[in-house]
Structures are given as structure tokens and as C-alpha cells.
Design a protein around this ligand. Structure first.
Ligand code: PHB
Length: 390
């Protein structure tokens, strides 16, 4: 009992220290951006950092009288490292906002720190539905896997795809994708005949794809995190799965714009559902893509970049709304309910769930202007995360 009281008092003291420290530094507003800049998820870090810097270049680095300081840390997508970095950023650097988070385990590792220190945690990449429930200080500007998966499960049976095998990375977002795709496909009269899971780190897809070939489904539904799609595509084609009449479908993570153009003509015709395509035909997106490519040696922005860009927007607008005087709670309140035109289309930060509400597009890989793109052919408007309130 005494021990518990002592621990309680200690954590209260830490919380006081943190919240007091957070605004000690008068004229700067610090954003701690924790990203995988090296390792398997490095493309996510590169995309989000570039997008955050673009947002700052376009919107200035002084907001509501505060100088914005972006502190970028490489967590190599190891959650223990993410956690240590978040702790250091809060205690030593006294950041006002924590942001980034390339994979779900990293976003979850920081949740208790966000809660205790009352620091908003802006999740720009990770996409497991439950993340926003792990702390009331989390706001998300990426997407959720249930959001992206159900639309494809509505499309598939209407397009000759009844029997499906699912293949997902064996962790949060993959399990969400598998579950929500299967549930909706079954509801629509289709069938998932086998569900396969591959390890997140260093996966070997070969034995799994062999199994899929033997099962001969109408389609293989895949979720792998951004950066891993090209490897799946390569092995899928090398094994002649397409020639065997098995279609490849999935969330847009597999035809990731960061890699798509190098996947070759074998990718043509692959149908995916997602919230962002570089090829999205809107004036706001054309402007975004052009500026991003100009600032980054022609690198194509992918859905991670948009999550980062919009995350910065949410932070900037919250700082403006609180006139530069707000603590974590005030900033968080000002982040909730923001409605704006993103390069992906219209979006809304649901005040209740703190999750993003957005359009989900059905897209097909086509060659346009000599390059491979995800070309949108249908849209489901204002999709809330189906993983909430179940
Ligand atoms: C995640 O870990 O939540 C994650 C990472 C990459 C994606 C999607 C989800 O493309």
C-alpha cells in the first residue's frame, strides 16, 4: 500500500515537472518529430520529414509570435527507442508537440508519455484503429486500415472476386486489414478461404505465395507496410501468379507511390483502395505534388507525405487558434474538429474519436504521361474509421 502511494506521488511529481517544463521556453514552439529515418521503414521517415519541411517553407516558421522549431529524431522504428526519444524530447527539449510515428508499435509506446505529460501526440503514419484509444492526447492525420479495407471488400464481389486469400504483416495494421476485409467480404457474399500472416521484420514472401498459388483464389488481398510493397509485387509476378489467374488487390500501401513507378508493367491493373494517390486530380494536390517534387529532386510524395503535411497543418492551426499561449490541453482542443482541404481531398478531425474522417478512393494502376500511377475510379465519401464504436 505504502509503495503504491509512493509510486503515485512520484508519478504526480514527474507529471508536474513535465507540464511545468513544457512552456518554460517563451518564444519558441517545439515540435518533436520522431520518425524511422533508417532501416526497413526509412522511406516513411524521408517522406514525412520532407513534407513537414515543405509545409514550413510554404507557411513560414513563425506562428502566433512563436518561432517554430522542428526537432527530427530517428527511432529506426524500434518502439523502445521511440519511447526513450519521446521522453527526452519532453523532459530535456520541452517540446510542445510530439509527432511522426512510422509504425503502430512506436505510436503506442509513446501514448503513456503523451498522457502523463499532457503533450499532444500527432500520429502522421501509423494506422492501427486502436491507436487513438491508447491516449486522449493522440490525434491522427494518416488513416486506419479498417477505413481503407472495407471499401475494397465492397468492390471485390461486384467485380468477379468471390474467393480470396488474405496475406498481411503480422501486427496491428495487418490484423485490422485482415479482420475488416474478411468481415465485409463475407457480409457481401464472398469468402476468405485462407488468412496468411508474414513477419513484419525481414519477411520472406516466397513460401506464402506458393501456398496461395496452390489454393487458386480469385484474388490475393495484401497489406504490407509502406516500403514493402515492391518486394511482394516482384515475387507475385516472378511466380506467375497473375498468369495463373490470381488477381492482386489490397490497400494502397502495396502500390505505394514512393515505389510504384519502379514496379514495372506487371503492376498495371492492380486495384487498391486508399485515401491518397499522387495522381489525385484536384488543384490543391497538383500544387502540393509540384512543390514537393521541386523541393525533393523529383521524389513523388506518397500517402505518408500527406499524413505529415496535414499533421503540420493541424499543429499550425491549433497554435494560431490558441494565440501561442495554450498548453497541451488547449492545443489538443484546437486540433479537434478541424476541417480542411487536404491534397487527398476534404478531411475532418473527428472531435470525439480524434481520428481523421476522409474519402476512400478505389484506384487502378495505369500508365499516364509515361509513368505508373494509382488512377482513382470511384470514391466513398467521408469515411469514418469503422474500427470505432463497435
Ligand atoms: C503501421 O505500422 O501502423 C503502418 C505502417 C505503414 C503503413 C500502414 C500502417 O503503410
Amino acid at each position: 500500500m505504502q509503495k503504491r502511494v509512493l509510486i503515485g506521488a512520484m508519478s504526480m511529481a514527474i507529471a508536474t515537472l513535465w507540464s511545468g517544463a513544457a512552456f518554460a521556453d517563451g518564444n519558441t514552439f517545439k515540435i518533436g518529430l520522431i520518425l524511422p529515418m533508417t532501416g526497413q521503414q526509412a522511406t516513411t521517415g524521408r517522406q514525412i520529414e520532407a513534407a513537414a519541411r515543405l509545409y514550413m517553407a510554404q507557411n513560414g516558421d513563425t506562428v502566433a509570435g512563436k518561432k517554430i522549431e522542428l526537432i527530427v529524431k530517428d527511432d529506426t522504428s524500434v518502439p523502445d527507442v521511440t519511447k526513450r526519444m519521446a521522453q527526452e524530447l519532453v523532459v530535456n527539449d520541452k517540446v510542445n508537440v510530439l509527432a511522426g510515428f512510422g509504425i503502430t508499435p512506436s505510436a503506442l509506446a509513446v501514448a503513456p508519455i503523451a498522457t502523463q505529460s499532457k503533450t499532444p501526440e500527432v500520429v502522421m503514419a501509423a494506422a492501427t484503429s486502436s491507436i487513438t484509444e491508447s491516449s486522449p492526447y493522440i490525434i491522427r492525420t494518416s488513416f486506419t486500415l479498417p477505413q481503407a479495407s472495407v471499401s475494397l471488400a465492397d468492390w471485390a464481389p461486384k467485380n468477379g472476386i468471390k474467393k480470396v486469400v488474405t496475406l498481411v504483416s503480422d501486427y496491428g495494421p495487418g490484423i485490422d486489414a485482415e479482420k475488416f476485409f474478411k468481415e465485409r467480404l463475407t457480409f457481401n457474399g464472398g469468402q476468405v478461404i485462407e488468412s496468411l500472416r508474414v513477419p513484419l521484420r525481414g519477411p520472406d514472401f516466397a513460401p506464402f505465395l506458393q501456398k496461395v498459388r496452390d489454393l487458386k483464389p480469385d484474388a490475393l488481398f495484401v497489406f504490407v507496410p509502406s516500403g514493402a510493397g515492391a518486394a511482394v509485387m516482384k515475387q507475385f509476378l516472378e511466380r506467375g501468379m497473375d498468369k495463373a489467374g490470381i488477381r492482386l488487390i489490397g490497400t494502397g500501401d502495396i502500390t505505394d507511390d514512393d515505389q510504384l513507378n519502379d514496379m514495372g508493367d506487371g503492376a498495371l491493373g492492380v486495384v487498391t483502395s486508399h485515401h491518397y494517390s499522387t495522381y489525385h486530380q484536384s488543384p490543391a494536390n497538383k500544387k502540393f505534388v509540384e512543390a514537393f517534387q521541386k523541393a525533393n529532386k523529383n521524389l513523388r510524395p506518397n500517402f505518408m507525405a500527406v499524413g505529415g503535411y496535414d499533421g503540420m497543418r493541424v499543429i499550425y492551426e491549433a497554435l494560431k487558434a490558441t494565440k501561442g499561449n495554450g498548453g497541451g490541453d488547449a492545443l489538443l482542443a484546437a486540433m479537434k474538429g478541424q476541417i480542411f482541404e487536404s491534397p487527398r481531398g476534404p478531411v475532418f478531425i473527428d472531435a470525439q474519436t480524434r481520428d481523421i474522417v476522409q474519402n476512400i478512393y478505389l484506384r487502378k494502376v495505369e500508365r499516364k504521361e509515361g509513368q505508373l500511377y494509382n488512377v482513382e475510379f470511384d470514391v466513398i465519401k467521408d469515411v469514418k474509421d469503422p474500427g470505432k464504436n463497435r
